[in-house]
Design a protein around this ligand. Sequence first.
Ligand SMILES: Cc1ncc(COP(=O)(O)O)c(C=O)c1O
Length: 379
Amino acid sequence: MTRSVPMPSYPFGGGCPDPHSLPAAELAAAAQRILPRLQDDLARYPDRLGWLPLREVAAQRFRDREGVSLPVESIVLTSGSQQGITLACQALLGPGKPVIVEEFTYPGTLRAMRHVGARIVGVPTDEGGMRIDRLAAILAEMSDRGELPGFIYTTPTYQNPTGATLSVARRRELLALARQYGVPVVDDNCYADLDYAGPPPPSLKALDPEGDVILFESFSKIVGPGLRSGYFAAPEPLRERLLAHKIDAGTSILTAAILAEYLRDHLWEHVGRLREIGRRKRDAMLAAFERSLGDRCAWQVPDGGYFLWVRLPDACDVARVHAAARARGIVYGDGRAFHYAEAEVPYFRFSFAYPTEAQIAEGVAVMAECIEQAMAAPV
Ligand SMILES: Cc1ncc(COP(=O)(O)O)c(C=O)c1O
């Protein structure tokens, strides 16, 4: 077997599922069943909204999880949710246009925002996610200056990187503020199925199905990012505004058809397996941190998702930690990459679903040694 990228010793970098959870045999069987029926479809370009059976799976996924219907016509398949985020930035932002995010957020979103020249405004967060009092103050100030943001972007459930989840009360307050100022909300909801402590609060889209909420979901976190399959759901005219920038001639029918064929009947059984694995790996990583860094670092236990966001001790040199950890083969997220203004911050993110439990135990112990070195006076 060939690998396109060499494996790091300790792969705690991306938000990726356990590779052994990938239902390879089931996807192969689904491909064998569906391919002979796709001859005509594969000889033509895809529908502009994407392969209908996968949009139906997306609608079913939302209905089963949220108890609310998502019109299948509002759903558009994309090449990962990253493409949808890029479309939202192209459609609703531009040079100098403000956009609101959590102070720490997914770097892919920040890249897409910077790419269109937007002015990124970070809202402080706490263990409960975005501080709504601070959001209210920022919006009031922006409104006074006559420059409201293109949208408010948030990952309210099992946030990347902090793992925080916004309460229902805060969700309602955020939606009320968005409505008051007429600002669309982007609900980047790609981790919501990965719950390890019971179901999360309803998504923003479920709390405000008629409002200007653009929902992003993905198959990256529940099947694999290599498929590049995600989708967004938006009411009109937002859906058309985003679609106007989707000039890629369509999203792969082959991938969508295989996924739909498999997930139609096996979605929740598969997600159930991922939850078990994710909970086990999260607990293994928490135990390793407790063992090696319990007296040095601080973190919040994530109720779901793939990330542990760790606060370094004040007394350590952040740049030295990162240099030492990289030299020892640890691949992970430096806090700076998640900060809306790329400030150096005393945090790092370890992703726990992809590595083995042995890599977790060993890699966290190695990280502890790197932190220990960076605490000592430089020689
Ligand atoms: C919050 C968030 N949104 C979007 C993405 C991109 O996902 P996709 O692979 O669906 O493009 C990620 C990936 O890590 C993410 O964490």
